[in-house]
Design a protein around this ligand. Structure first.
Ligand code: GLU
Length: 417
């Protein structure tokens, strides 16, 4: 199959399992297994010496066009491939449906290591990638956003390239932009904040006091950083954090604001005062109340699952737990808030950003944060109810909810012609 990759196989297995439980219509089942559209491009960009030109692969996959435009991030990573992007596009479909956004799922990627590029190279690469996919995206077609290895600057360059090409400023073509060019306030913090807004309900469900709960966060990027900050604001103790420079630990809990300033000044958490350095792999197996994997996919697998001691895992990253490990953890009584629910705050505020751009009317931070919290917690309660009704874990319940919503829309629309 075109999409063959470990992640796609997992996404499909998960889908088939839930389709069975939900008694999904056979025609719909067949239709949802594969993305509706996929674009593969190769394109060149100039390195800073001007003479060297690198050619790279780029992708944009749209899984489902039924719900409205498609939505999802663009990742820059050295190992991105079509199968990975296709799997993540499918997960975006479920994610948007779970929180009730009028989007189908999409995802894009460029196979390049962003850490090896200068800012100018990043910009040229982004602009050329945008040109390659320009007919595929648009405010009412497909709206990209940040993901692994991309950020606000990259979104601003996409917006600028698209706008230049169509001849007028079109902020609604991407979300996660800087506020100066139509980005939404609180978008940057949205994934981490949205995730932590589920912590009180999660803790109440498992009988854990929020005040003083110990938290370990893997990854101190856009998701991990703001999740850690929001957790301390709730009275939790963030006792361990990691990023690409290493992992640090402090039993009494970090001052996350100080750690954030340190990270900006020192390009990483390494060397932060009053902390012990630990092996980054050991962060995942610490005896904490809440573990937040917020870096990359597939970090909890059959190799370390037996050592996991956290009571609750809230998935900030997409796909941090392999399906084998997921089963072991659930059977062992670990309460997992799955990625498609836990990290849906990002795309939810992306939705707010898109709406604000289309209307040229911008909301206050408190309106955004209030609506985000409301949407996230409503989705959480609905998923929890589904889990109770069907006797399943939260991931299965979230998928049942997402897939059912999409199915209703597909049945209502019917088949053309
Ligand atoms: N890349 C993020 C995700 O995986 C955000 C997508 C968006 O905001 O469209 O959910």
């Amino acid at each position: 199959m075109e999409w063959e990759s470990p992640l796609y196989r997992e996404a499909l297995l998960q889908f088939e399992r839930v389709a069975e439980i939900a008694g999904l219509d056979a025609n719909i089942r067949e239709r949802l297994r594969t993305p509706q559209r996929a674009l593969v491009v190769t394109f060149p960009f100039r390195r800073d010496d001007y003479g060297s030109v690198d050619t790279v692969f780029g992708y944009r996959v749209q899984h489902l066009l039924t719900m409205g435009p498609t939505k999802g991030g663009i990742r820059f990573a050295a190992d991105v491939n079509l199968g990975e992007v296709a799997a993540l596009a499918m997960l975006m479909t479920w994610k948007c449906a779970i929180v009730g956004l009028p989007f189908g799922g999409a995802k894009g990627g460029v196979r390049v290591n962003p850490n090896e590029l200068s800012r100018a190279e990043m910009q040229r690469l982004t602009r050329r990638y945008t040109m390659e996919i320009i007919n595929f995206i648009g405010p009412d077609k497909d709206i990209p956003a940040p993901d692994l290895g991309t950020n606000e600057d990259v979104m601003a360059w996409i917006m600028d390239t698209y706008s230049t090409h169509v001849g007028h400023t079109e902020p609604a073509v991407v979300t996660g932009k800087p506020p100066a060019v139509g980005g939404s306030v609180a978008r940057r913090e949205a994934t981490g904040r949205g995730l932590v807004s589920l912590l009180p309900s999660t803790a109440a469900h498992v009988g854990l006091p929020v005040e003083g709960a110990t938290v370990a966060v893997q990854g101190f990027g856009n998701v991990g950083k703001y999740a850690a900050l929001a957790a301390t604001q709730l009275g939790c103790k963030v006792v361990a954090v990691s990023d690409i420079t290493g992992a640090i630990h402090n039993d009494s809990g970090f001052d996350v604001e100080k750690l954030m300033s340190w990270t900006t000044e020192n390009r990483g958490i390494k060397g932060f005062p009053d902390s012990d350095e630990i092996d980054p792999a050991d962060l995942l197996t610490l005896d904490v109340d809440v573990l937040i994997p917020a870096a990359v996919g597939n970090v909890i697998t059959e190799h370390n699952v037996d050592d996991i001691r956290a009571k609750v895992i809230m998935e900030g990253a997409n796909g941090p737990i392999s399906s084998a490990a997921d089963q072991t953890l659930s059977e062992g009584g670990v309460f997992i808030v799955p990625d498609i629910l836990a990290n849906a705050g990002g795309v939810t505020v992306s939705y707010f950003e898109w709406v604000q751009d289309l209307q040229n009317y911008f909301w206050s931070e408190s309106e955004i944060v209030g609506r985000l919290r409301e949407i996230m917690n409503r989705a959480f309660q609905e998923v929890l109810e589904t889990a109770t009704t069907h006797g399943t874990d939260m991931r299965t319940a979230a998928l049942i909810k997402g897939i059912s919503r999409v199915t209703q829309a597909k049945l209502a629309r019917g088949v053309y012609p």
